[in-house]
Design a protein around this ligand. Structure first.
Ligand code: SDX
Length: 430
């Protein structure tokens, strides 16, 4: 009768070992019993970049990379983007269920009334150069929040964690908007509690001399949908950073700063900025075949394409592409979209991309919308970090509650020098 086990034979000793298979995985620790001698450390699993290693068991987000499926707590991303709001989705990701009307009202109230930041933060924000990258400002100012809310260190106090959750989700847009206004040499625009989460963000970014900023409803909804699409994505690089740094039991502001720093990289959340630069360099549709040729020759990557998990079209990219049309009705068409659509058309027909299962990912079209909405390229990864904050916190919460989790401390395969004695300087040779 079939058993959920793996039998491993060590051909060095002829011994066999039976290890259980649970949820499609074996425990790497079960390999340590495989030894050639009693003082042998045992077999390690070697997996650079964790290509085939589960770091945790999670109930938050499910992705099927082959089928292009993404679900938050079981709900398809398409339905959440169509019918939900970002704060409603953040609640779902954090607490596992869609909020009732009363729960949602209380949740929105709690977030709305934590959007202000300490006035001192403006002082060190003013210290950045005018052209400081807003992600650099965001990473450092969110870390600095840990010095204002020292009770955040009580990470096992549920009430403290809930309060820091409200503060982080509420204040990330404020920090981001202040960084933007600083880069433009403009006065800071304070939160307006009459507005929605996305509407208030637009207000803090773009309010000029009008007494009260009125967000364009189409752009407000498009931004909220983009926030929904970016809220979580299981164990991506920045979430791995959040869990790993959080496993040392540091406060959540410092852990979010580490996660945002990981997201800043051009292979991760920085890709949407890299896509716009790439489209700008290509310049026109007729230059696309030449660019594709250079990518296939290994002279750079088609940014916004490819994914560690999706080996099919990223479902988020499809939704963003549709949202672009609605945004362009308000802002006018961003001509870069024609180059992007031509890039996608040619790439999806080309064996190089087909064989490597490279499809557009979430970053391929998002930057085009952001640029059309008036955001500078440097703000694009910031627009990724804001909504992903709820996913990072949910994953951090889950890690803290997991009895199997400890401080993250991987092993290594050591290939360095064997024991050797110190050499006096006069005896060293270059
Ligand atoms: C995000 O993990 C997540 O969930 C992330 C994210 C989230 O929501 O958190 O979805 C957000 O980060 C999306 C990805 C944004 N990054 C980019 O668009 C940057 C461009 N894409 C890549 O650099 C790459 O596809 C990655 C980083 C996304 C995935 O890299 P992998 O899984 O490590 O794949 P790989 O680098 O080993 O590539 C496999 C092959 C290689 O070719 P060979 O060496 O086998 O010949 O595919 C090639 C790569 O050269 N390849 C590409 C390519 N991506 C991979 N070739 C051209 N253009 C690309 N974009």
């Amino acid at each position: 009768m079939a058993k959920d086990t793996l039998t491993i034979t060590d051909n060095r000793t002829g011994k066999s070992y039976e290890v259980p298979i649970e949820h499609g995985a074996i425990r790497a620790l079960d390999l340590r019993q495989i030894k050639v001698a009693d003082d042998d450390f045992g077999i390690l699993a070697y997996d650079p970049a964790f290509m085939n290693t589960a770091s945790c068991r999670s109930r938050i987000t499910y992705i099927d990379g082959d089928k292009g499926i993404l679900r938050y707590r079981g709900y398809p991303i398409e339905e959440l983007a169509e019918q939900g709001t970002y704060l409603e989705t953040a609640y779902l990701i954090l607490y596992g269920e869609l909020p009732t009307a009363r729960e949602l009202d209380e949740w929105v109230h709690n977030i709305t009334y934590h959007t202000f930041i300490h006035e001192n933060i403006k002082k060190f924000m003013d210290g950045f150069h005018y052209d400081a990258h807003p992600m650099g400002i965001l990473v450092s100012t969110v870390a600095a929040l840990s010095t204002f809310y020292t009770e955040a260190k009580n990470i096992f106090d549920p009430e403290s964690r809930r309060k820091q959750t409200h503060r982080l989700i509420a204040k990330m847009p404020t920090l981001a908007a202040f960084a933007y206004r600083h880069s433009r040499g403009m006065p800071y625009a304070y939160p307006d509690n009459d507005l929605s989460y996305a509407g208030n963000f637009l207000n803090m970014l773009f309010k000029m001399t009008e007494a009260k900023y009125q967000p364009n409803r189409t752009l407000e909804r498009a931004l909220d949908v983009l926030f929904i699409l970016h809220a979580d994505h299981e164990q991506n690089c920045s979430t791995n950073a959040m869990r790993s740094v959080g496993s040392s039991h540091v406060d959540p502001y410092s852990a979010v700063a580490a996660a945002a720093a990981a997201l800043y990289g051009p292979l991760h959340g920085g890709a949407n900025e890299a896509v716009l630069r790439m489209l700008g360099e290509i310049g026109s549709k007729d230059k696309v075949p030449g660019f594709i040729k250079r990518v296939k020759a290994g002279e750079g990557r088609l940014m916004g394409f490819g994914h560690r998990v999706y080996k099919n079209y990223d479902p988020r990219a499809k939704i963003i592409k549709r949202a672009a049309e609605e945004v362009f009705e308000v802002t006018g068409k961003n001509p870069l979209i024609d180059i992007a659509v031509e890039l996608e058309r040619i790439a999806l027909e080309d064996d190089y991309f087909i064989q490597r299962k490279l499809y557009p990912n979430v970053d391929f079209y998002s930057g085009i919308i952001y640029e059309a909405m008036g955001f500078p390229m440097e703000m694009f990864p910031v627009l990724f970090a804001i909504p992903r904050t709820s996913g990072w916190i949910a994953q951090w919460d889950e890690m803290l509650a997991d009895p199997e989790q400890k401080i993250a401390r991987p092993r290594q395969v050591y290939l360095g020098s064997a024991l050797r004695k110190f050499v006096p300087r006069e005896k060293r040779r270059a």
